[in-house]
Design a protein around this ligand. Structure first.
Ligand SMILES: [Zn+2]
Length: 420
């Protein structure tokens, strides 16, 4: 089983893939930018368009009980009992780029088109999925589509509302779905060979290393806190420097300690919010509200960094007569990509004369939800400047040649594991 995966043979498929991304970017609720949310008329249109392309490639398509779109490439033996799931999401953030999510669904389709064109049949079914919600743009909770498939849907979500006050329950009905049947969207783990997702990197590493593709080792676990640092407000003119309890100066010192700890422990940590109270030009800041977001592919290392960051805060409090209160608002463990997948992926990249560069994903993905029911794997594709969630999100058409080749070759290698 070998296909012509040369640049020449894949020029036209790469151009078609690029054109499809452009076509989907036109399906938006906003005429001047790309905004496409869960269970909206645009969701319907994007599902219809992708289903049309899937059907043209000979796939049987259907929509599941959560509004996710599926297309099946049937195995050589139609009675085969194992299925590989490929895919990503078709929803976007407001004012989005055109590749985050869509590229994964459409590259999977391109790979299947390569197999179909060459008459290659695999010993397992391939189900390509376009998840209806990953970003959480409409209802504020992410991964609704993939969590329905993973069977981890929570009934409390039905009460979630969008900006117009429409509940998730009503939105289901308006889309033509029956909320009572949400359980039907869940896939059984026994039948699944694995889940493979290709996604733009959303970071600058591949570009910096001058590589078009990378293998994801893990999706970072994140912890988030809201922190109130309290001192004592006072007159900016009358309180001597040595007698102040300036919460903002303490916060400044602590933010630098966060940066040092992140570098020391090789994690990423960000203080994205910093609000001084009372906020007067002539008043010593008596309190500061801060946020902390800390992530790593390794939960233990992340928690060690966190301990160091909390230790710095304790020392600053003591030295400056301040006090802090911490509230944890998010805690999600890291999700490791399966070792066997990573080995196979690195072998495929080497075969295609690409560097098997391994990297962690700092952003969340559908693969996190799918890891509940399947061994997960991800490929990253280089994107310009690491920019995503922005109209400037960009990829090079030339990078889609290795992207399609890699996905196609991964399917062939996986099939060989079956027959060996
Ligand atoms: Zn995404």
């Amino acid at each position: 089983m070998s296909l012509n995966l040369s640049d020449k043979a894949l020029n036209e498929p790469a151009a078609r893939l690029m054109a499809r991304c452009d076509a989907l970017a036109e399906i938006s609720s906003d005429p001047t930018s790309l905004s496409r949310f869960y269970l909206t008329p645009e969701h319907r249109r994007v599902n219809d368009q992708v289903a049309e392309w899937m059907q043209a490639a000979g796939l049987k398509t259907w929509e599941d009980a959560a509004g996710n779109l599926w297309g099946r490439c049937v195995a050589a033996d139609p009675a085969a009992n194992r299925t590989l799931v490929l895919g990503s999401h078709l929803d976007t953030v407001p004012n989005a780029g055109r590749y985050d999510g869509m590229l994964g669904v459409l590259t999977a389709l391109s790979a299947v088109e390569q197999l179909q064109a060459a008459g290659v049949r695999l010993p397992f079914h391939i189900d390509i999925v376009g998840f209806g919600d990953e970003e959480g743009s409409r209802f504020g909770t992410t991964l609704l589509g993939s969590r329905a498939v993973a069977g981890t849907w929570q009934d409390a979500w039905w009460e979630l509302t969008d900006a117009e006050g429409v509940s998730l329950h009503s939105a289901f009905e308006q889309f033509g779905l029956d909320p009572a049947k949400i359980g039907n969207a869940a896939r059984s783990s026994e039948a699944l060979l694995g889940y493979l997702e290709l996604h733009i990197e959303q970071g600058p590493v591949l570009e910096q290393r001058n590589e078009p593709m990378g293998v994801v080792t893990a999706i970072a676990g994140a912890r988030r806190y809201q922190i109130e640092l309290t001192g004592y407000a006072g007159h900016a003119g009358t309180v001597p420097m040595a007698m102040r309890q300036d919460a903002l100066v303490g916060a400044a010192e602590w933010i630098l300690a966060v940066e040092r700890a992140a570098k020391e422990f090789d994690v990423v940590a960000t203080v994205g919010q910093c609000q001084a109270q009372p906020g007067g030009v002539n008043v010593i800041p008596g309190a500061v509200q801060l946020s902390l977001d800390i992530r790593s592919g390794d939960d233990r290392r992340r928690d060690e960094a966190l301990e160091s960051i909390r230790g710095s805060m304790a020392r600053i409090e003591q030295a400056r007569h301040l006090s802090s209160q911490w509230r944890e608002i998010h805690n999600a463990p890291a999700v490791a990509c399966a070792d066997w997948w990573q080995q196979l992926q690195c072998a495929v990249l080497s075969e295609l004369n690409l560097q098997p560069l391994c990297l962690m994903s700092g952003a969340g993905h559908d693969a996190m939800a799918m890891a509940e029911i399947a061994d997960c794997a991800m490929y990253f594709v280089r994107c310009k400047g690491g920019v995503s969630h922005h109209p400037d999100e960009a990829i090079q058409q030339a990078d889609l040649i290795p992207a399609i080749a890699t996905m196609t070759q991964t399917l062939i290698r996986l099939a060989q594991r079956f027959t060996d």
